[in-house]
Design a protein around this ligand. Structure first.
Ligand code: BEZ
Length: 212
């Protein structure tokens, strides 16, 4: 059955450009992002891997380990990594799984046969420190992902894990948030949100981001 939000991310051991990786052990207590690429030596994937390498500091700041996957052998990955460094203005700085036997792709349902029965779609899994899948995004092969949006979703997940809030449409770190509708007790609201809130509707209560 396909993976769903809230499931434990399946563990695996697979070769990568940074040696053999046992996934859960490699994650340790960090957040993680596992994302797939249809195949090596493809233009969109090349730009994505360059961009994620440039954003590595942003993932590090949020305590997120990043790992890519493509269904080609390690020997191809090594050559492709050279091309990425040469063309994208940044060397690859995270591991890329060599999933030639499709072990991980099948485990994470990254091959969608009605799209292509050989190569993966562009899947993204955000995994929390308890190894739970917290977010799944799936793009077709022809559409490059927006990794700034993925950073935004991590900001939201990490904020909403720690405060009784949800983040509204197009929210960005630092902007106002929504008090969760299940929180009704006025004294508790005053204690948790000392900056106050505006009730647009009884179920839509806006407050400044509590950790800013
Ligand atoms: C690409 O990464 O450029 C790509 C891969 C598969 C299909 C189309 C584009």
């Amino acid at each position: 059955m396909a993976l769903r939000i809230g499931d434990i991310a399946p563990d695996f051991t697979q070769e990568s450009t940074e040696g053999t990786i046992s996934f859960h052990k490699w994650l340790g207590n960090s957040w993680g992002i596992l994302f797939s690429h249809p195949r090596d030596f493809t233009p969109v994937c090349t730009t994505e891997l360059g961009e994620v390498s440039k954003l590595k500091g942003e993932f590090d700041k949020r305590g997120v380990k990043v790992i890519g996957l493509s269904v080609d052998p390690l020997s191809d990955h090594v050559k492709w990594v050279g091309d990425i460094g040469e063309t994208q203005g940044c060397a690859l700085n995270f591991p890329l799984l060599a999933d030639a036997d499709k072990k991980v792709s099948n485990l994470y349902d990254m091959i969608h046969p009605n799209a292509n029965d050989t190569f993966t779609v562009r899947s993204v899994f955000v995994i929390d420190p308890n190894k739970k899948v917290r977010l799944i995004i799936t793009y077709p092969a022809s559409t490059g992902r927006n990794f700034v949006e993925i950073l935004r979703t991590i900001d939201s997940l990490q904020l909403t894990d720690n405060y009784k809030v949800a983040t509204p449409v197009n929210w960005k770190d630092g902007q106002d948030v929504i008090i969760v509708p299940s929180l009704k007790d006025e004294d508790e609201i005053k204690r948790l949100f000392p900056k106050g809130y505006k009730a647009v509707k009884p179920y839509l209560r806006i407050t400044p981001q509590p950790n800013k």
